[in-house]
Design a binder for this molecule. Sequence first.
Ligand SMILES: *Cc1c(COP(=O)(O)O)cnc(C)c1O
Length: 352
Amino acid sequence: MATATLTIDLDAIAANWRALDQCSASGVQTAAVVKADAYGLGADRVGRTLAQAGARRFFVAVAEEGAALRQSLGPGPQINILGGHMAGDADMIRDLDLTPMLNSLQQVTRHLESLPGHPFGIQLDTGMNRLGIEAAEWQAIAPIVLAAKPEMLMSHLACADEPEHPMNRHQLANFHAMTDGLGVPRSFAATGGILLGAEYHFDLTRPGVGLYGGRPYAERPVVRLSLPVIQTREVAAGETVGYACGWTAARPSVVATLAAGYADGLPRSLSGRTPLWDGDRTVPLIGRVSMDLITADVTDLAEVPRSLDILCAHQTVDDLADIGGTIGYEILTALGHRYARRYTGQATGGQA
Ligand SMILES: *Cc1c(COP(=O)(O)O)cnc(C)c1O
């Protein structure tokens, strides 16, 4: 087979969710963020796994993701839409029992007019300036909104992965000022916010990346990516390999060509600087990452393996991100559609 295999450990995802759940008091509910197809790992399987593990509330970015997730989860778990209620979404929100987090007066109006009585939450902007209602506008419209009984007030931290950043306390103070005493359940913390401590937890936390083995809560790795060797060749000293003659053999060498490239989400910035793993041993990726292929110098291996790993227990999504100059979130969500996705773990078969 000339496609790479992405192995996704559902037990590890469930264990990471339980561990993040343990980080907050028992009265704090722990949701699960499964936007962008569960960070590239498959919202269907991941969603069902997390529902089995005990998650009762899920967050996705847009209504279409919520509609697909509802098919996987069936009735019961709450599915919240971070992007809110956009024009044309009303039927989907009603029919599939989705709960939009309304981000603006326009969305509030749209929701209350098109689906009166249908559950909704409110997203407040406490300083990130990305999504949510700002303080002054909130002050003006809060009485109307509260009369319609939002089920949650939420906001999002801009710098939660930097515990010392003054923005964290600044946003926390703003969130208190905007929500104290209103009697509505509150949600403030994603993965990073959970680690900031109890005062950031409020009633409900929303971890995403930590479920999938990424920083800032890189507990249990979740993914392994194995790239099959398609061809092996001997290269004489002085010969070059790949586009732009990106690598020159300093000695007689054995070069393996592997089936994955930048079209599969391996950034070109990994070129010439990334270890590939054969069990506990490494060989260097050499030359340029091309669209469908990379090359490795396997001269020092006693025999050429059938595949080499670029993600494994030794090299996590964050390790790869550090090498490539990006973040683990981007490595995860870029994982290619050509990979054969294999799920392992007890949760593999179950229906939530
Ligand atoms: C993506 C997102 C999350 C999850 O963040 P992680 O850092 O992956 O835990 C939570 N809340 C909002 C509003 C988000 O956009």
